[in-house]
Design a protein. Structure first.
Length: 455
């Protein structure tokens, strides 16, 4: 039996630790449409004695609500007419991890099924698993890394809320990109996050400052697709929880202010059953034909799938020229002005998608990249030459500029409907429509400042 790294437990080890009193809380978690972990904290003894099969239940509205947890009409999955019944949270016992920032606590990631045992297609984890299955049919598996940026404030979440998110003090008051002095000011928090995530079974690589005031990034080693997305969700939740325990707050929102936004660059590559790199080859830039076609699929279908890469109103505020967030759907060799940046050499060659922000639902974004790549291969697409220069001023297809545009492109995409199914596409189109309608109905501070007296 393969031994698990520290911080990860087998089912048997979990039950043994419960019996010894070393674990007293089991979190069972699913991922909602916004990419957040939702679920229950279960008494460990009760879990061992009554829920050892790992089956719990939760209200179906968890996959049919907005960020405010409002029940929303228009979803086929659930409604008042359907009574908002339960869905089954089925524990994936290969995902058990310690949660060291809470005492004697572990987490288990769950798949979502109906009470009849059928997979719930719009569940983000299932959306990605479907694409992983398509890779497996070709004898491949994917590896991904997700690079999340966040902004730290010396303000509690409660005080931030009460102040209307005004007059908050960032943890750094100048640009600390690569600054050791700047990051040392936040090291008590960053160090605790790093050590906690390592103790939760993640491979932590480094931490560095970023450009916006108080902005930082913790980097982790790549992992297989679903496992990496599970890690991403736990890290994002844990970073917020640890910040709260330290009397601070942090945000992953794509565009907090007019300075640099929070990105979530996603690195992706493929391996075959013998663990050989699928993207490496003897063609130009050390690429294989498969890699060229896979990357060409990103260029052709990037606009149609942008809803899965940038899912919120605020996501589209990040796409500003000269901001290191892309506006043109181009690829280049180590070119950070392009939406897709090819990096690495030899077996390590891969692409980085620079479109997502820190608000992305990681499962949906990775699924979109796989789906676009597979379609590029199926169509035998030819990869245009690598772009050289400033992609912000290039004559090329652009990333959509609004959530409404992205929603309409996704809704009308036959490629998306073929890759994900009508049920999934309709579900996330409705979620986007709800956000667009809510934003259009809101009166913003910008409007009040400009119009209260002077208009």
């Amino acid at each position: 039996m393969t031994s698990l790294p520290p911080g990860r437990l087998s089912r048997e080890e979990l039950l043994e630790q419960i019996a010894r009193g070393e674990v007293d809380t089991v979190i069972t978690a699913v991922t909602d449409m916004q990419g957040r972990l939702q679920g229950k904290r279960i008494d460990a003894q009760f879990f061992a004695e009554g829920l050892a099969a790992g089956i719990t239940e939760g209200c179906s509205y968890l996959l049919a609500s907005d960020v405010d947890m409002r029940t929303i009409d228009g979803f086929a999955l659930t409604s008042w007419e359907h009574g908002y019944g339960d869905l089954v949270f089925k524990s994936d016992f290969s995902t058990i991890r310690a949660v060291p920032w809470f005492d004697k606590t572990v987490i288990i990631f769950c798949d979502v099924e109906t009470t009849d045992g059928e997979a719930v297609a719009p569940s983000p984890r299932q959306v990605l698993q479907h694409q992983v299955g398509r890779l497996a049919e070709r004898g491949w598996y994917g590896l991904a890394g997700t690079e999340l940026e966040f902004i730290v404030f010396n303000t509690t979440y409660e005080d931030a809320w009460n102040s209307g998110y005004r007059d908050m003090t960032p943890a750094n008051q100048y640009n600390v990109d690569y600054s050791l002095q700047g990051t040392s000011r936040v090291e008590p928090l960053l160090g605790r996050i790093r050590r906690s995530m390592r103790a939760a079974g993640m491979v932590v690589e480094s931490v560095k400052g970023e450009c916006n005031f108080g902005q930082h990034e913790v980097a982790f080693k790549y992992a297989t697709l679903v496992d990496k997305c599970d890690e991403h969700g736990l890290y994002k939740l844990g970073a917020k929880e640890i910040a709260a325990q330290e009397g601070q707050s942090l945000t992953f929102m794509a565009k907090y202010n007019e300075r640099e936004g929070n990105s979530c660059h996603i690195h992706l590559s493929l391996r075959d059953a013998e663990n050989r790199p699928v993207f490496a080859g003897d063609r130009e830039h050390g690429m294989s034909l498969i890699f060229e076609q896979f990357l060409a699929g990103q260029l052709k279908y990037g606009r149609e799938l942008s809803l899965l890469l940038a899912p919120n109103i605020n996501s589209y505020k990040r796409f500003v020229e000269g901001s290191f967030a892309p506006t043109a759907l181009l690829w280049g060799i180590d070119n950070r002005t392009c939406a897709f940046r090819v990096v690495g050499h030899g077996p390590g060659i891969r692409f980085e998608c620079r479109v997502p922000g820190g608000d992305v639902n990681q499962y949906l974004a990775v699924a979109a990249l796989v789906a676009a790549g597979l379609r590029g291969m199926e169509e035998g697409l030819e990869l245009p030459p690598a772009f050289v220069g400033n992609a912000y001023v290039a004559d090329a297809a652009r990333v959509p500029t609004t959530l409404r545009e992205a929603m309409e492109l996704f809704d009308n995409s036959s490629m998306a409907r073929d890759a994900f199914g009508n049920e999934v596409v309709d579900h996330y189109v409705q979620a986007a429509r709800v956000e667009v309608d809510a934003f259009n109905a809101a009166i913003t501070d910008w409007e009040r400042y400009r119009g209260f007296e002077r208009l």
